[in-house]
Design a protein around this ligand. Structure first.
Ligand code: GLN
Ligand code: ZN
Length: 745
């Protein structure tokens, strides 16, 4: 049997359109400005443009069913009939049921949103229970296949594979439903074959994490079953984001015709493959072009890896390491970027050219490859930063003993037990956003802009004093985004104008690109914080984003270890802490909401990551006096394997999300030996609901049972930027009153 696959392919492509067209269309539909027919027609146009683009680029094998109105996990849930009854009951059209699952309606909260592996993309978590009755709904895949075929383009439909789908779902043991689900995939595959589909792509990235032997044999059973179908397309199982581990022999033992491996995130896949013995009648789809970062590929190195793979398998096709949805669409939309930087970058469109070229090189030899990118300009190195890092000694990441710090801080801060505070941001009103946009567009001059921001800070300080909070914040009105704000000011960072990447649904972010050594050109936050502090006698917290989070939400250098870049960022933050202190700031909060989300997928890699992550945080925060209080903030409550690292950050106070998990986290932290200040969130700011005073008292009562009152802080779960002022005032009034009530005992 021939396994003709095509020399080159991509695992997926951005679906938002070159200028976020899909965002505008979907939001117009939500706002009732266009009807379903108009939205569908618009989406079909976007898909057609994309297929033509991929065809014209001479991509060997073109995927379809990679489009989504919101999220590909949600699409897969719909394709297998996993629509929870609570949404079916609403009696809406298919499209509106879909959006109800994604966004919720008045009476029904949406599906939970969570991180897609270690990326900044968020998927909707399917709800599966023992009664979920799976049904095959291949219509979307069939429709896209037919649309492309009408253009003369034969495509390969993509679906999330059944094992990964259930491993990422929630409910009472979703994975136990695998046998049922596979039968539905069998029906979908049969329908695709019937329509003339020759290849289907089933994504199983969940197998790039540690899996139990039972989960591995279940994977094998899935593909044995699907492989045994009489009428089916050829099956391409794609893995990405890491090493396949024991899933490799399992998959090779099944009849699947092609297997995708990520050689960018996991060079170790090569040894795995070499150790797997002969691989007859199989296509290896080699992820050689990084789908998760923006750098041009070292084509010669990739081609030589491709040649090695050629010696191991009957057939090799070149691909991206993962879907290109994690990078911006087109570098051609960035004419203003420094030409030397541009010469080193490749966005999705350019990466398609790279896989095509590499596919040709695999067949015709490396003479077809263009010359390599020029070496990075010397000006991107900063010897002084490098010298400082070389001179680092352990004492640079160590502070005095906590007991002494706590005493020195209390002598200076005079805080009551159960001090009240917030996480940093206050509502980002339409007026604020408009002022920032006007300033960026040059229609509002800098002094008028600063005047506007100062007025906002004064308002927020006054409000907090009126509400009776103990530790104040300046409200972060000047920040568009907690990473972008620093990226725009640090040396070694570049901002794009159109480098949008889907974060979830219609929401896109524009991550900065770290291309050179990181330097602090000037103080970044001191002016705003010092102004806020000048308005009040109560302590105002300085507010910084931590090194790990800055890296996690940026495109990072791939020419040096992440740890090195993290330490460079940390030095800049350390200098900022120093200047904040000198300006009279007594408390500095360094947010690390991304600490957990960039945890490597494989357990074997986690310790090294946590070591450098903790080290960078400590480098950033340990230069201050004992009497300066360091806070950190983490946006989740299931710490799991990062629990010891949270303790190792050595912050004086840690604020965390806790309201939804009913304070359980406090026991976990105590069990892990954490014995410093802790602020479990007592108000779930993700919901517009205003918590009552009694509710906050209940939460605090539970907390004081576990944490001594002199170490317990009272704060919301996260920043308030997405809330509005009436909710914020009401909720904070209850929060302050509840703290007073519990203090009074
Ligand atoms: N200080 C930030 C804020 O309040 C923290 C945001 C976050 O944790 N994601 O908005
Ligand atoms: Zn948060």
């Amino acid at each position: 049997m021939s396994t003709a696959f095509g020399q080159s392919t991509v695992l997926g492509y951005p679906r938002i359109g070159p200028n976020r067209e899909l965002k505008r269309a979907v939001e117009a539909y939500w706002a009732g400005k266009i009807d379903a027919g108009a939205l569908e027609g618009f989406a079909a146009g976007l898909r057609a443009d994309l297929w033509r683009t991929l065809r014209d680029a001479r991509l060997g094998a073109i995927p379809s069913n990679m489009f989504s109105y919101y999220d590909h996990m949600l699409d897969t849930a719909v394709a297998v009939g996993a629509v929870p009854d609570r949404f079916r009951r609403l009696g809406l059209s298919d499209l509106d049921t879909y959006f109800a699952m994604a966004r919720g309606v008045d009476t029904e909260p949406a599906l939970e949103l969570t991180k897609w592996f270690a990326t900044n993309y968020h998927y909707l978590v399917p709800e599966i229970d023992p009664n979920t009755s799976f049904t095959a709904n291949p219509q979307k895949a069939l429709r896209e296949f037919a649309e492309a075929r009408a253009l003369g383009i034969t495509t390969r439909p993509v679906l999330v594979g059944p094992a990964t789908f259930l491993l990422l779902s929630k409910g009472a043991d979703p994975f136990a439903r695998l046998d049922d689900l596979v039968e539905v995939y069998a029906k979908i595959l049969a329908a695709l074959a019937e329509a003339g589909v020759a290849w289907v792509q089933l994504d199983e990235p969940a197998y790039c994490m540690n899996r139990t032997p039972a989960q591995i044999s279940a994977l094998r059973a899935v593909y044995d079953r699907l492989g045994a179908l009489e009428h089916r397309p050829r099956i391409f199982v794609a893995t990405y984001f890491g090493e396949v581990g024991n899933a490799l022999p399992a998959l090779l033992a099944t009849p699947v015709e092609a297997l995708g491996l990520d050689f960018v995130a996991a060079p170790g896949n090569l040894a795995r493959l070499a150790g797997a013995g002969p691989i007859p009648r199989r296509t290896i789809v080699a992820g050689l072009v990084d789908g998760h970062n923006v750098w041009r590929t070292d084509l010669r190195a990739a081609a030589s890896l491709g040649a090695t793979l050629n010696g191991l398998a009957d057939a090799v096709a070149v691909s991206t390491s993962c879907s290109l949805m994690h990078v911006p669409v087109d570098l051609d939309a960035e004419p203003d970027l420094d030409a030397r930087l541009r010469a080193r970058l490749a966005f999705a469109r350019q990466k398609v050219d790279e896989v095509v070229l590499l596919g040709r090189a695999l067949r015709d030899g490396i003479a077809v490859l263009p010359p390599p990118a020029p070496a990075a300009p010397a000006a991107w190195r900063d010897e002084s930063v490098r010298a400082r890092l070389d001179a680092l000694r352990p004492e640079h990441t160590r502070r005095g003993a906590y007991a002494e710090r706590a005493a020195a801080q209390q002598a200076r801060l005079h805080l009551p037990p159960l001090p009240t505070t917030t996480i940093g941001s206050f509502p980002q009103t339409a007026g604020l956003r408009e002022a920032r946009a006007e300033h960026r567009a040059g229609r509002l001059d800098t002094s008028a802009y600063e005047h506007r921001m100062r007025a906002e800070i004064a308002y927020v300080i006054d409000l907090q004093e009126r509400l009776g909070l103990d530790v104040l914040v300046h409200g972060e009105p000047e920040r568009n985004d907690m990473v972008q704000y620093f990226g725009e000011q640090l040396g070694g960072f570049a901002a794009t104008i159109n480098g949008w990447v889907q974060s979830y649904g219609s929401r896109c972010v524009r991550p900065p690109i770290i291309y050179g050594d990181v330097t602090r050109v000037a103080p970044m936050t001191v002016g705003w914080s010092a102004y806020a502090q000048s308005l009040t006698n109560r302590p105002v917290k300085g507010m910084l984003t931590g090194p790990v989070t800055i890296l996690a939400w940026s495109f990072v250098r791939n020419d040096q270890p992440l740890a090195e870049t993290a330490n460079q960022v940390a030095l800049a933050l350390r200098d900022e802490c120093h200047d904040l202190e000198a300006a009279g700031i007594r408390i500095i909060q360094v947010d690390e909401p991304a600490l957990r989300e960039t945890l490597p997928l494989r357990r074997a890699d986690q310790k090294a990551y946590l070591d450098w992550a903790v080290g960078a945080f400590r480098l950033a925060t340990s230069g201050v006096a004992d009497a300066t209080q360091i806070h950190t903030h983490l946006c989740y409550s299931e710490f799991g394997e990062v629990l010891p690292a949270i303790d190792a950050l050595d912050a004086d106070v840690t604020s965390i999300e806790a309201s939804r998990s009913k304070m359980e986290i406090l026991d976990d932290l105590r069990a892990a030996g954490y014995a410093r200040g802790i602020g479990p969130g007592v108000w779930d700011i993700h919901s517009p609901r205003v918590p009552g005073q009694d509710e906050v008292v209940d939460a605090l009562d539970r907390a004081v049972a576990v944490v001594p009152a002199d170490r317990l802080w009272v704060n919301p779960d996260c920043g308030l930027k997405t809330r509005d002022y009436p909710e914020v005032e009401a909720s904070l009034t209850h929060l302050v009153a509840a703290a007073a009530q519990v203090r009074a005992g």
